[in-house]
Design a protein around this ligand. Structure first.
Ligand code: HPA
Ligand code: ZN
Length: 326
C-alpha cells in the first residue's frame, strides 16, 4: 500500500476542527440566497478567491462574516452533516468538534437553534456512518471574560451534550490569563478544557494555558519549540498538541511546509496530532493535511501510524474505546 493509501485508509480521529470553518463556498452561497443575505461576492468562485490571508486576524474577519449566513436549525444541520459526511469519506471514525456560540448569539441566533441542528446531524452520522462526535464549546478570546461567563450560563441546558470548553479567536493581546476565572468555573463543572495557544502567540501563552486554565490539550502549540523547558514538560506530561499544518501555512505561521516542525516534535516524543482547523478556508480536510506533510517532509508509514494512534490517545474517548484503536 502506498503512503497516500495508508493515509486515506487508516482510521483516524480529528480533534481540532471549527465547524464554522467547514462552511463550503457552495453552502455559503446557497444559504445567502435562501435567506436573501447580500454577500460582498458575486459567485461561489469569488468567495473561494477571497480566501487570501496573511495572518490569523485577516482570516477571522472573513470567517465571522461567512458564518452570518447560518440562521435556522436546518442551516446548522446541513453544515454539520456535510462535515460528518466528509469524515466518513476520510475514515475519520471519531471527531471532537469546536463551535463558537458567541458568533451566533450576538446575531440573535440562540443555543436552541444551533444545538438542535448540530445534535440532529451528529445522531444521524452516528447511526449512518458509525462516527462518534463530541462537541467543544469555545469562547471568543477577543471578547471580555464577562461574555464568556454569560455564554457558559446559556449553555447549561446543553451541558450533558458538551464534552469540553475551549478558547479561540485572536490570540495576540488576549492571553489565557484573561480567562482564568471563567475556566475555574468550567473546571468545577467537570468539563474537559482546551485552549488555542502558541499559534501566533508566544510559548508563555502555552504555559499560561497549562498553569492558569488547567488545559487537557493545547490547540496548535507549534511555538513550544522556542522554550526547551516547555518541550520537556509537554513530553513528560504527554499533554497533546492538536497541530494544523495547512492552517499554519495559510496563516503564515510558517513560510513553507518544509519548515513544519510536527515530525520533529513527534520524534522528540511529544503527543502531536494532525488536524484541519478550518478546512474550507485553509485548502484541505484532514487527509489533505497528511498528504501535504508527506509531500514536504520526510514522512513514512510509521509516522502516519503514530500520528493516527496519537489522535485516539489524545482524544476524550473513554480508555476502553481508545484501546480499540491503539
Ligand atoms: N485560531 C484561533 N481561532 C480560530 C481559529 C484558529 O486557527 N480557527 C477558528 N477560530
Ligand atoms: Zn483552531
Amino acid at each position: 500500500m502506498s503512503l497516500i493509501e495508508t493515509i486515506k485508509n487508516i482510521p483516524k480521529a480529528e480533534l481540532h476542527l471549527h465547524i464554522e470553518g467547514s462552511l463550503t463556498p457552495e453552502l455559503m452561497w446557497q444559504l445567502s440566497e435562501k435567506h436573501s443575505i447580500a454577500l460582498p461576492y458575486n459567485s461561489v468562485e469569488e468567495i473561494a478567491d477571497a480566501y487570501n490571508f496573511s495572518n490569523l486576524q485577516s482570516f477571522l474577519d472573513l470567517y465571522y462574516a461567512g458564518a452570518g449566513v447560518l440562521i435556522d436549525e436546518d442551516d446548522f444541520y446541513q453544515l454539520m452533516w456535510a462535515y460528518l459526511s466528509r469524515c466518513s469519506d476520510e475514515n475519520i471514525v471519531h471527531t471532537e468538534i469546536m463551535f463558537d456560540p458567541q458568533t451566533h448569539t450576538e446575531r440573535g441566533v440562540g443555543f436552541d437553534v444551533f444545538m438542535s441542528g448540530f445534535l440532529r446531524a451528529i445522531e444521524d452520522a452516528e447511526r449512518e456512518y458509525c462516527i462518534s462526535s463530541y462537541l467543544i464549546m469555545s469562547f471568543l478570546r477577543h471578547l471580555p471574560e464577562s461574555d464568556a461567563f454569560e455564554t457558559l450560563a446559556q449553555a447549561q441546558p446543553y451541558a450533558e451534550k458538551i464534552h469540553a470548553i475551549g478558547l479561540d479567536s485572536s490570540e495576540l493581546g488576549h492571553p489565557p490569563s484573561k480567562f482564568q476565572r471563567v475556566f475555574r468555573k468550567v473546571k468545577e463543572q467537570g468539563f474537559k478544557i482546551v485552549a488555542h495557544a502558541g499559534e501566533e502567540g508566544p510559548a508563555s501563552y502555552i504555559w499560561e494555558a497549562i498553569n492558569l486554565l488547567g488545559v487537557d490539550r493545547i490547540d496548535h502549540g507549534v511555538r513550544c519549540q522556542e522554550d526547551p523547558a516547555l518541550m520537556t514538560y509537554l513530553k513528560e506530561k504527554q499533554i497533546p498538541l492538536t497541530v494544523c499544518p495547512l492552517s499554519n501555512l495559510k496563516l503564515c505561521v510558517i513560510d513553507d511546509m518544509k519548515q513544519h516542525n510536527i515530525l520533529s516534535l513527534l520524534e522528540e516524543g511529544l503527543l502531536v496530532t494532525v488536524n484541519s482547523d478550518d478546512p474550507t478556508y485553509f485548502g484541505g480536510f484532514l487527509n489533505d493535511n497528511f498528504i501535504a506533510l508527506s509531500h514536504s517532509l520526510d514522512m513514512n508509514k510509521e509516522h502516519v501510524k503514530a500520528l493516527a494512534m496519537n489522535s485516539f490517545k489524545a482524544s476524550f474517548l473513554p480508555q476502553s474505546k481508545k484501546q480499540e484503536y491503539c
